[in-house]
Each structure stands twice: as structure tokens, then as C-alpha cells.
Design a binder for this molecule. Structure first.
Ligand code: HEM
Length: 378
């Protein structure tokens, strides 16, 4: 029997769309589109999106071992006309964040397709068929083709993705629950494309690089921050609220670029149950904590895009435009702030257990999830 590698759990059908915890793959494309004006375009897009599961089967079934899947995100501007559902509570366009030294720009995008596969040709085939089906209803804003680099490293040479949530924490951190029943089972998605001036990064010593990231380069072991000065990236990206609860997100970043054109980048993608968590991470990175002491990773990483989407559940996606179904049962019970302002993370959020993976969420009910992820990959 052929080696099916990271195949879907039952080994019979492709991974269904909107499976955000799908296994890490060797290849991905991040496709950001805008929708042409007019109701005809919206109708065409709605028809294609509600049949994405069929297209995923068409392509994914051709090699079940390739872990092929696609996650669709929808932007705030087209949500009301497209979805026929209430706007997810936190969904809005990416807000530009201007720090003293670095800016996170907001760039156009109505639709995101996060297409993952262990085979380049499958992601190509899917993208070809998808864009053919969407036709003139859309324009491509950005197409970034990512690849896995060595042992899941970014092009700066560090292992990227280690602190992602695992087990029960994964759906608890990424899927909207009872706090917004109309959006339950979906996830907020933020994407940003970063370019690295690799020569200046490589001019740093390994110790300087390690202090910026907050992990050792060779063996990936987490490091304490210096007693004073700018905090490490992993610390600025750790969000703890006033109740001491750490709020995680799921990242599936991928390197992209080509030595031939001297293009070196990281495509950041973050999935979260709460959009404010990623926004707070970005504020801490770009404005700094305390303000002025920005994330030094940004001195070597220029953000050139920034867009927010909401990835509805597979069921909501396939029912786009249909009358809303009765609210689903609440998939999780972890308390979530009713508004970002109601329970903001502490400004002094050096977490007592930064990076330990302990969220202090014991005793919470499990959130149903699709068991596609192989835990050792995150
Ligand atoms: C150039 C872009 C970026 C690169 C190369 C990068 C790289 C890394 C690396 C190497 C780590 C340490 C290992 C790990 O836990 O994954 C890390 C941690 C992390 N990064 Fe980034 N990152 C980037 C942008 C971002 C952005 C924009 C966010 C959020 C908005 C973010 C959120 C996080 C989080 C939440 C962690 C884990 C923190 C913890 O230890 O709990 N990163 N990143």
C-alpha cells in the first residue's frame, strides 16, 4: 500500500474546507482577491464559495496523502452583501498601525484563499480551477507562494510555529463560540506579507538574533528577556489579560521568495477566536511595550500588506446566501470578553509563564473539532 503520510483521519476523503487546524504542509499559496463592483460579481462569488467543498474534493481526492485543503476568508466590506448573515462581532477592516519607526499598512482584500498541500501541483491545480470559476468577478491583489524551509524555519533561520496551541487549546483559541452564535465555528484571520533585508540580518551575531526572537537558533529553546530594554518578539506577541488568561492564536506562517530576485519574506497568517488578540500583538510589536520600544524583528522585516478576514465554518460557507439556520449549539465555554474593551489585556503583560503553553484553562468543556492535526507538527 502506498505511503499516505499525513492523510486525512479516515483516509477516504480529502480534508474538508475550513479545517484551519489541518496539518502543516510543505507548500501553500496565500491568495488575496478583491471582488468587482456589482451584484452579479457577488452572486458569482457566492456560487463558487458555496461549492468550494466540491472543488476541494475534485483536487484533493487525486492524492489523499497530500493533505490538500483550502480555507476561505471573507472581508468586512463584502460580508453583508455576500453572506446574508450578521457581521461577525469583531470583523472590520485591518487598521493601519503606525509606530514611531515602523508601520503595519492596511491593504485591499475581500477574499482570502489559504490553500495548503504537500504537493505543489495540487495547489496549482486548485488555484487554476478556482480562478477560472471566479472569472471576472474578482481581481488578484496578491498571490504569495510559500514553502516549508528545512525544519519549519523562517528565512531568518529560526524555527517558526513552536508556541502554537495544541490539543483542546487549539479550537478554544481559534474558533468563535457561544459569545457570537451566528459566527460560531468560524475564525478571524489576519494576513501580512513581510520582506526581509537578509544581508543586514545576517550581519548580526547569532546571540543578537536570538535576543530579538527570544529563542535559541540552533535548538529552538526559549530564552528569558534581558532585564531592561526592548522585549523579545515572543514576549511582545504573548497576550495575557487582566484575569491572567493567556490568549493564543494559531500561526501557519510560510517563507516565500527567491534568491535569484533577492526576495526573502515571511507570510504571516494568524487564526484567532478573538480579533483583538492579534491586533494587540501587532500594537505591541509596532508601537512597542512600553511605547517606543518596538519589536526589533521589524528592523529586519517590512510589512507590505495587511488584511483581515473571517473564515466561516464549512457549513456556513456551503450555505452562503441561504436563510440563516437556527443558531448551532455553543461549541465552547471558555469565558471571552464581551468586547475587547471589556477585558483588555494588561499593558504590563509580561506573562508569568510566557511561552510555557500553560493557559490556566483547566476544567473547560472541550470544543468539538475536526481531528486532522497531527499534534507533533505544531
Ligand atoms: C516577519 C514576520 C514574523 C516572523 C519571522 C516571526 C517569527 C517568529 C518566531 C521564530 C517565533 C518563535 C517560535 C514560535 O513560537 O513560533 C515567533 C513567535 C510568535 N510569533 Fe512571530 N513572527 C513574525 C510575525 C508575527 C506577527 C505579525 C505576529 C502576531 C500578530 C506573531 C505572533 C507570534 C506569536 C503569538 C508567537 C509565540 C509567542 C509565545 O511564545 O507564546 N508573529 N514568531
Amino acid at each position: 500500500m502506498a505511503d499516505l503520510g499525513n492523510r486525512s483521519s479516515d483516509g477516504r476523503v480529502p480534508i474538508e474546507p475550513q479545517t484551519i487546524d489541518a496539518p502543516l504542509t510543505r507548500h501553500a499559496v496565500f491568495l488575496v482577491l478583491t471582488v468587482a463592483p456589482g451584484s452579479d460579481s457577488l452572486d458569482a462569488v457566492r456560487s463558487v464559495l458555496s461549492d468550494v467543498d466540491g472543488l476541494v474534493k475534485t483536487v484533493g481526492f487525486r492524492d489523499l496523502g497530500a493533505s490538500f485543503t483550502c480555507t476561505v476568508g471573507i472581508g468586512a466590506a463584502i460580508w453583508p452583501g455576500l453572506a446574508g448573515l450578521p457581521l461577525p462581532r469583531e470583523l472590520h477592516e485591518f487598521t493601519t498601525i503606525a509606530g514611531a519607526r515602523h508601520t503595519a499598512p492596511s491593504t485591499p482584500g475581500d477574499l482570502l484563499f489559504h490553500i495548503r498541500s504537500d504537493r505543489q501541483d495540487l495547489r496549482y491545480e486548485f488555484e487554476r480551477l478556482l480562478l477560472e470559476a471566479l472569472g471576472e468577478a474578482v481581481a488578484v491583489e496578491d498571490e504569495t507562494i510559500g514553502f516549508r524551509y528545512l525544519d519549519t524555519r523562517d528565512l531568518l533561520g529560526f524555527v517558526d510555529g513552536t508556541a502554537n496551541p495544541v490539543g483542546d487549546h487549539l479550537p478554544e483559541s481559534t474558533l468563535v463560540g457561544e459569545e457570537d452564535l451566528a459566527a460560531a465555528g468560524g475564525s478571524y484571520v489576519v494576513v501580512q506579507k513581510y520582506l526581509h533585508p537578509l544581508a543586514s540580518w545576517q550581519a548580526l551575531t547569532t546571540e543578537q538574533q536570538e535576543a530579538i526572537i527570544g529563542r535559541r537558533k540552533a535548538d529552538n529553546v526559549e530564552l528569558d528577556d534581558a532585564d531592561s530594554g526592548q522585549k523579545a518578539h515572543k514576549t511582545l506577541a504573548t497576550i495575557v489579560d487582566d484575569a491572567g488568561v493567556e490568549h493564543d492564536i494559531l500561526r501557519d506562517n510560510m517563507p516565500f521568495g527567491s534568491p535569484g530576485t533577492a526576495t526573502f519574506g515571511t507570510y504571516f497568517i494568524g487564526y484567532s477566536r478573538e480579533l483583538w488578540v492579534i491586533e494587540r500583538m501587532l500594537e505591541r510589536m509596532f508601537i512597542g511595550d512600553p511605547p517606543g520600544l518596538h519589536d526589533r524583528l521589524l528592523d529586519f522585516s517590512e510589512a507590505v500588506t495587511g488584511t483581515v478576514f473571517f473564515a466561516p465554518s464549512a457549513e456556513a460557507l456551503s450555505n452562503l446566501g441561504s436563510p440563516p439556520p437556527p443558531p448551532p449549539p455553543a461549541p465552547a465555554t471558555r469565558p471571552v470578553s464581551s468586547t475587547p474593551e471589556a477585558s483588555p489585556p494588561s499593558d504590563e503583560s509580561d506573562p508569568p509563564e510566557a511561552g510555557t503553553g500553560s493557559l490556566g484553562l483547566g476544567g473547560l468543556r472541550r470544543t468539538p473539532t475536526t481531528p486532522q492535526q497531527s499534534g507533533d507538527e505544531r
